[in-house]
Design a binder for this molecule. Structure first.
Ligand SMILES: NC(=O)c1ccc[n+]([C@@H]2O[C@H](COP(=O)([O-])OP(=O)(O)OC[C@H]3O[C@@H](n4cnc5c(N)ncnc54)[C@H](OP(=O)(O)O)[C@@H]3O)[C@@H](O)[C@H]2O)c1
Length: 167
């Protein structure tokens, strides 16, 4: 059985998701939601996103895509193709039941978008300077849940959106 996938990302109004290897905002509630939605699940990510993490995230597998046959890092399961990443993610019953999280960045979302059944998106209500972008979800996605949060101090307004593939 192939593993079920969801994409999880935060995206600004102008499409920015990253700038110089980091995220251009700090939204504590978004980090909490990310943890809640990924805990216990295999995570698939690009090598650049792996290297942008503060360290290994507890209780989650880190499946890292790279084309570099010599690359390795403690705690990372290395994959050299999307198929290899999927095979790793699907190994183990829990992965098949709970699905795997595709956690970025833009190159890796593009690789798996067509295979994902759900997007957990944080829409950040502002325009940010950046160098990494995601397109807005197309008509093949329908909104099934939305939770709006107002701006609070330095934390911008944002919305948690769940999108499912329209059948
Ligand atoms: N806002 C959000 O939710 C969010 C989430 C995640 C990341 N980000 C941001 O996004 C940025 C990073 O994104 P990115 O698109 O530049 O990089 P990325 O997707 O994280 O990683 C790209 C790397 O993945 C590997 N790769 C790509 N396609 C591959 C393939 N077909 N087979 C094997 N390996 C492959 C390559 O690694 P090698 O170069 O090693 O070969 C490539 O350089 C950062 O700024 C980060 O902070 C934002």
């Amino acid at each position: 059985m192939s593993v079920r996938l969801f994409l999880i990302y935060a995206r600004a109004r102008n499409g920015v998701i990253g700038n110089h290897g980091t995220m251009p905002w700090h939204i504590p509630a978004d980090l909490k939601r990310f943890k809640r939605l990924t805990i216990g699940k295999p995570m698939i990510m690009g090598r650049k996103t792996f290297e942008s993490l503060p360290g290994l995230l507890p209780s989650r597998r880190h499946i890292v895509l790279t084309r570099d046959s010599r690359w390795s890092a403690e705690g990372a399961e290395v994959a050299h193709s999307p198929e290899e990443a999927l095979a790793l993610a699907g190994g183990g019953g829990a992965a098949v039941i709970g699905g795997a999280a595709v956690i970025g960045g833009a190159e890796i979302y593009a690789l798996f978008m067509a295979r994902a059944e759900r997007i957990e998106m944080t829409e950040v209500h502002g325009d940010y300077p950046g160098d990494t972008f995601m397109p807005a979800p197309g008509p093949e996605w329908r909104l099934v849940a939305r939770e709006d949060h107002a701006q609070e101090g330095a934390v911008p307004a944002f919305s948690f959106l769940t999108l499912e593939r329209a059948r």
